[in-house]
Design a protein around this ligand. Structure first.
Ligand code: KIV
Length: 291
């Protein structure tokens, strides 16, 4: 079979024009990236949600650039034919332009990302433009922006009143003007996300933003219930329950070791007779062989 052709930012715009939905899922390591690529996803996001779902933090704020580089490199090894976007972590794009470009360089050169994602609207438009002018595609992210959870006052739906809705529209337009190739809309009311999607020439990728975005993104661990304490979320659909599968697989392994059922004869390697005789000084009775 011919290798899959990675999507690029021009193809994404074409998909928007032709109303072909864009699919994106997060990935944080080699196996998740490889499986997602084999499943045919268009784009992978090495999200700083890895702080929550992989590293066990309560928020994305503690996630560092070293974490993002390390995980992006693993994802890039697993998905060699898929467009990979990596989050710029908390406060790595709020210093000088040179400092920001140095951080972006790390994600591209050390992590092997194809693009970066940044949370924020009009207030970061100049920074987005500087990164785009340096030749790096930028995915915007507005609506609920988890890196600002302490400022927003919690994980709440955005765009609920007219003022908020108009602010989101202005932010989306500012990011488009700055050169972003697409924008993630997180936890935005469906009507506001639909209007933003209609007004922009670049694609919108929704997560909890309804049915009319140009694409959808979800977190790998949510789609697959890959945790032991899964909390239902209205905007997520779970398609498998690998958390339960993993738990029952490991518990069966523990039981079999405890009862001696594993390893069994088919799992062991046996030495040559002559070696056994030399080592044991006599013929050793083979397990499971009464002769
Ligand atoms: O970090 C992440 O996974 C994200 C998605 C929720 C869009 O930003």
């Amino acid at each position: 079979m011919a290798a899959k052709q990675a999507i690029n930012i021009l193809k994404m715009r074409k998909m928007k024009r032709e109303a072909v939905p864009i699919t994106m899922i997060t990935a944080y390591d080699y196996p998740s990236a490889r499986l997602a690529e084999e499943a045919g996803v268009d784009m992978l996001l090495v999200g700083d949600s890895l702080g929550n779902v992989v590293l066990g933090y309560d928020t994305t704020i503690p996630v560092t650039m070293d974490d993002m580089v390390y995980h992006t490199r693993a994802v890039a090894r697993g998905a060699t034919s898929t467009f990979i976007v990596t989050d710029l972590p908390f406060m790595t794009y709020h210093g000088s332009k040179d400092e920001t470009l140095r951080e972006v360089r790390r994600l591209m050169q050390e992590g092997h990302a194809h693009a970066v994602k940044m949370e924020g609207g009009a207030e970061i438009a100049d920074t987005v433009a500087a990164i785009v002018n340096a030749g790096v595609p930028v995915l915007g992210h507005i609506g609920l922006t988890p890196q600002s959870v302490n400022q927003i006052g919690g994980y709440r739906v955005q765009g609920k009143d007219e003022k908020d809705a108009r602010r989101l529209m202005e932010d989306a337009k500012a990011l488009e003007k700055a050169g972003a190739f697409a924008i993630v809309l997180e936890l935005v009311t469906e009507e506001v996300a639909e209007l933003i999607t209609r007004e922009l020439s670049i694609p919108t990728i929704g997560i909890g933003a309804g049915r009319h975005c140009d694409g959808q993104v979800l977190v790998f661990h949510d789609v697959l219930k890959y945790t032991s304490d899964y909390r239902e979320k209205r905007f997520v659909k779970t398609y498998a329950d690998i958390g339960s599968l993993i738990k029952s697989g490991i518990s069966a392994y523990v039981q079999e070791v405890k009862t001696g059922a594993f390893p069994a004869q088919e799992n062991v390697f046996t030495a040559e007779e002559a070696v056994i005789e030399a080592l044991y000084g006599a013929k050793k009775e083979k397990e499971g062989d009464p002769s």
